[in-house]
Design a binder for this molecule. Structure first.
Ligand SMILES: *Cc1c(COP(=O)(O)O)cnc(C)c1O
Length: 361
């Protein structure tokens, strides 16, 4: 068996060491005589796994005590809807900054509940930039300001935390969390589906400034209530125990590798390799995002025509590189360079790109 170079946008590659540990513990976890996924979420053993995962994530991201951490099913999209139900009154104004596909999804999920105000949008320019902060039209009465820290499909990333004044800043960090140091205290809420940078699909991490939990929000079932989830340590109902455990292995691996500053270094190295290959190709490969807003995690790129794109996908697959097809919303190709992807994989992609150009350019 040969593991390939995996550039999938999500679910995405996991470190081989994490998969091997999960494999070794699959039948029998730590003397329990059963798999961790076969025992109660309320057992002492699982509670320890859960607490350890939270403690490791807090260390990894330097999460202050005045922020609660949740591990929830439902992915990032469910959290997008819950933001409005928990933190805005019925019909209250909310500010959204639109920088790509996932910003639009976030709006779609809250439209039935709140008055969505687009504070800024880069859609007219084809989502190739972040609208400059001084052009944003923020409302003083907004319940929160929402940004998408990294646009997984359009390949646009905020490189700084925007200042938004007194209104709390909420951010979708699904595809860039833990890829560089982050000042969590600047955010009212951070959420991320785990399946890009944090581990397996099936669990989302939500980091909430505790004072915001006192907001009334809107009429909602208890299962949609973050306050209830916090009060029960994410065990209001059966949590996705396997996914939580696997994410915990990934957190530990990231700490062992040197933490977020090390992943920032690797992310810079990987993305510079790929953008370098694109920019030095004389226009054979193209990426349309303005350099200052280019994502370090997801790099959409394009060849001169569809025939070459199809050939690139077939030949890269044969060379052991998978997951390079662009999202259908934008087409072309896309390389995702999440934390689990080694720098050597980015180098393998760049070598293939150069060689492909020599044969087809
Ligand atoms: C993948 C992704 C989502 C959707 O996540 P689900 O877990 O499928 O709901 C939302 N936002 C961003 C930025 C993403 O990359």
């Amino acid at each position: 068996m040969a593991r390939v170079h995996n550039f999938s946008a999500g679910p995405a590659a996991l470190p081989e060491a994490v998969l091997r540990q999960a494999q070794a513990e699959m039948l029998e976890w730590n003397g329990v005589g059963a798999s961790i996924v076969e025992i109660s979420h309320r057992s002492a053993e699982f509670m320890e796994v859960a607490a350890r995962a939270e403690a490791d994530l807090r260390t990894l991201l330097s999460i202050p005590d005045d922020h609660a951490v949740l591990f929830l099913a439902g992915g990032a999209t469910t959290q997008q809807a819950l933001l409005a139900l928990n933190f805005a009154g019925p019909g209250q104004a909310v500010d959204y900054v639109v920088t790509g596909h996932w910003s639009k999804t976030a709006i779609k999920q809250v439209k039935p509940y709140v008055n969505v105000h687009v504070a800024a949008s880069s859609e007219a320019g084809g989502f190739t930039d972040i609208p400059p902060r001084d052009t944003w039209q923020l409302r003083a009465d907004a319940a929160y300001v929402h940004i998408t820290a990294n646009e997984t499909i359009h390949g646009v990333e905020f490189r700084d935390t925007p200042q938004v004044g007194k209104v709390p800043l909420f951010a979708d960090f699904s595809s860039s969390i833990a890829s560089e140091p982050l000042d969590v205290s600047k955010y009212g809420l951070i959420y991320a589906g785990a399946q890009k940078n944090l581990g397996p699909v099936g669990v989302a991490v939500v980091i909430i400034r505790r004072d915001l939990l006192e907001r009334a929000g809107q009429p909602r079932a208890e299962i949609f209530d973050y306050r209830a989830h916090v009060a029960r340590d994410s065990m209001l109902n059966t949590p996705p125990t396997w996914n939580w455990y696997l994410a915990g292995l990934m957190f530990r691996w990231m700490l062992d590798q040197g933490g977020v500053s090390e992943f920032a270094r690797r992310s810079a190295a990987k993305s510079q390799l790929v953008y370098g290959a694109i920019d030095s190709s004389g226009g054979f490969y193209r990426n349309q995002v303005v350099p200052a807003a280019r994502s370090r995690m997801n790099i959409p790129f394009f060849l001169p025509d569809q025939t070459l794109t199809a050939r690139f996908l077939i030949e890269s697959r044969a060379a052991g590189l998978i997951g390079l097809k662009g999202h259908k919303a934008v087409g072309g190709l896309r390389a995702s360079l999440y934390n689990a992807l080694p720098v050597s994989d980015a180098q393998a992609l760049v070598d293939f790109m150069r060689e492909f150009q020599q044969r087809n350019g």
